[in-house]
Design a protein around this ligand. Structure first.
Ligand SMILES: [Zn+2]
Length: 319
């Protein structure tokens, strides 16, 4: 008897390959990032991200209804306000852009709404919190994050996703939600968010480029991965219901290590720069279209439970 297993005999039959596939992209596990703009009158294209738009409030309900019908897992909502100030006060205005959008979306569909919670779209300086001098004051910022969370909760949000990377943000938000009776709203924490150049197109989309400095003081150094595990476990202790690794494709090791070290669900966020790179390589014909599937599969193979991706809409439409 031939002593070595012949794995390759399975590989000619696509049905067997499908049956044996260990991981695959699944639209019900995909989340579509959605930008809603207070100023837009029509969908505004985002440069560098073909097929992605900022939607006006008047169209957001209809757009999300379509996404819901395509079988996606949900949306991750970002607001682009018409007014900004030093302290980002529009972020916790009950009639702010995200709050109005949540109410609008709820009128026409049951799609799961995860709302991003940060201040960089709302502050005139573009940083993720309140400044003291040239630096973000962590603890002052936490008060504002609480106010934003409560305002989202009043609007009817399903999940809150704090992305500012302030220390203690999950604990503070959890405590505020619980004491106001919103014990059922889960927190998806951007627990391992790297300071990455892959966020470029997003910052244009959300109008959130810092006017000075950078976010390295509160986002993670891409040379580190043990630090990600520390961030994850702190957020888990603070009461996070889901963790996140962002970006995704260059950080598969971090997704894998996170999967080994926590039992919480893990979301991988494949960011705007990844979308831009993949679409331009496919559009130019440099890489074949299957590269998109390969890129959508890799985070799941690495251990992610949820994939946040700008491909979610088109993938759900065609699968
Ligand atoms: Zn931010």
């Amino acid at each position: 008897m031939f002593p070595i297993q012949r794995l390759r005999r399975n590989r000619n039959d696509e049905r067997i390959r499908d049956l044996l596939a260990e991981s695959r992209p699944d639209k019900s596990k995909m989340i579509m990032p959605v930008f809603v703009s207070e100023d837009a009158a029509n969908p505004e294209p985002i440069s560098g991200m073909k097929g992605i738009f900022r939607y006006p409030l008047s169209m957001i309900g209809e757009y999300c209804k379509k996404l819901d019908q395509s079988g996606l897992g949900g949306i991750l909502l970002f607001g682009v306000p018409s007014r900004k100030d030093e302290i980002g006060s529009e972020a916790y205005n009950d009639n702010g852009v995200v709050q109005k959008a949540i109410r609008e979306i709820k009128k026409s569909s049951k799609i799961l709404i995860i709302a991003d919670l940060c201040m960089c779209e709302y502050t005139s300086h573009g940083h993720c919190g309140i400044l003291r001098g040239q630096n973000v004051d962590n603890d002052l910022t936490l008060d504002s994050y609480s106010k934003i969370a409560l305002s989202y909760a009043r609007a009817g949000v399903d999940v809150i996703a704090p992305s500012g990377m302030m220390d203690g943000q999950v604990y503070t938000i959890r405590k505020s939600l619980d004491s106001a009776g919103y014990t059922g709203i889960p927190i998806m924490s951007y627990s391992s968010k790297y300071a990455s150049s892959l966020y470029g197109p997003f910052r244009e989309a959300a109008g959130s480029t810092p006017s000075f400095g950078n976010r390295r003081s509160y986002q993670m150094d891409y040379r580190n991965s043990r630090e990600a595990i520390r961030e994850n476990s702190i957020d888990e202790l603070e009461g996070a219901d889901m963790l996140m690794v962002k970006p995704a494709i260059f950080y598969l090791d971090v997704i894998y290590r996170s999967r080994q070290s926590t039992n919480l669900p893990i979301a991988a966020y494949s960011v705007s720069g990844e979308y831009a790179m993949i679409t331009s390589a496919v559009e130019s014909g440099t890489l074949s279209e299957d590269f998109i599937n390969e890129a959508l599969t890799a985070p799941f193979r690495a251990g992610a439970d949820i994939l946040i991706t700008y491909f979610a809409e088109s993938y759900a439409r065609t699968h």
